[in-house]
Design a protein. Structure first.
Length: 279
């Protein structure tokens, strides 16, 4: 069968299973199957594919129809200016989290040498994206998940940054390593009772989502610990839930942080807070 006919078959399957992005998803899955670009898929749509290639493609389509994320099926996700290895052990990098990178690059000038801490490193997309643009900075990165750390190390190697980023399997409560100029964190911030109702994240690791009974359990730890780990006038950039602005700013002020900015995401929801340790 031709590529175009296989694409149509896959699109029909995904459409019937209420996958809104069925067209682009099938192009991506065919691209993975044949190991060629999406552009080549379109340009060579009349080309015949082998029976085993069709079977492989339809297996991927069947995974997608069950709402498994494309990033887990293809094991890759674009973030900021690069692609990152991704699997079910880490939260899928999202465009809204790029605001943490953007704000970090505004704080650190190109020729500066700064110490950064990434709390809950996950795939490593945040710290790696920053280090690639700030060549004199170094980063420590912590996570509770050994599988997440393994993936983050693979991404650091992929982007040739393994000499500038060190990884630690540690809870933030038990991390005493240095004083930092900047701390970044995208911690779990979803109320644990709400997670089961969110179909869009059913495949993602609960450890990266579960913020406790009020969604603020880990955020409290990060803020409290950051007070000790930051240098005076050091910055904390924290991703938060859309409805957590007032509670998180209150927690920050209680720990003597000055609120510099509150940033909205591409959907116009509150997404991150930039603050400064003032004493």
């Amino acid at each position: 069968m031709k590529i175009i006919d296989n694409l149509k078959d896959g699109q029909q399957i995904l459409k019937e299973n209420n996958i809104p992005s069925y067209k682009i998803d099938c192009e991506i899955l065919m691209s993975k199957t044949l190991n060629i670009s999406r552009e080549d898929i379109i340009l060579n749509s009349e080309k015949q594919i082998k029976k085993e290639e069709r079977e492989k493609y339809l297996n991927l389509v069947n995974r997608r129809k069950k709402k498994e994320p494309i990033a887990y099926i293809t094991n890759t996700k674009s973030f900021w200016r690069d692609n990152f290895i991704t699997n079910e052990n880490v939260l899928i990098p999202r465009p809204d989290s790029e605001h943490l990178v953007e704000q970090s690059l505004k704080i650190i000038k190109k020729n500066q040498s700064k110490r950064i801490l990434d709390i809950g490193v996950g795939s490593g997309c945040l710290s790696i994206s920053i280090l690639k643009e700030r060549l004199y900075c170094k980063c420590d990165a912590i996570d509770l998940s050994k599988n997440a750390l393994k993936l983050a190390k693979n991404n650091a190697n992929l982007h040739q940054l393994s000499d500038r980023i060190k990884f630690y399997k540690r809870d933030v409560d038990n991390f005493y390593n240095d004083k930092y100029d900047l701390i970044i964190s995208n911690p779990p911030y979803i109320n644990k009772h709400k997670i089961k109702y969110l179909d869009s994240i059913i495949y993602e690791p609960k450890i990266a989502l579960d913020g406790g009974l009020d969604g603020l359990e880990v955020i409290r730890k990060v803020i409290s610990k950051s007070k000790n780990l930051l240098k005076i006038n050091g910055k904390l950039i924290l991703e938060i839930g859309y409805d957590q602005k007032y509670k998180v700013t209150k927690l920050l002020k209680e720990k003597n942080f000055y609120i510099n900015k509150i940033i909205k995401d591409y959907g116009n929801n509150i997404r991150c807070i930039v603050s400064t340790k003032i004493n």
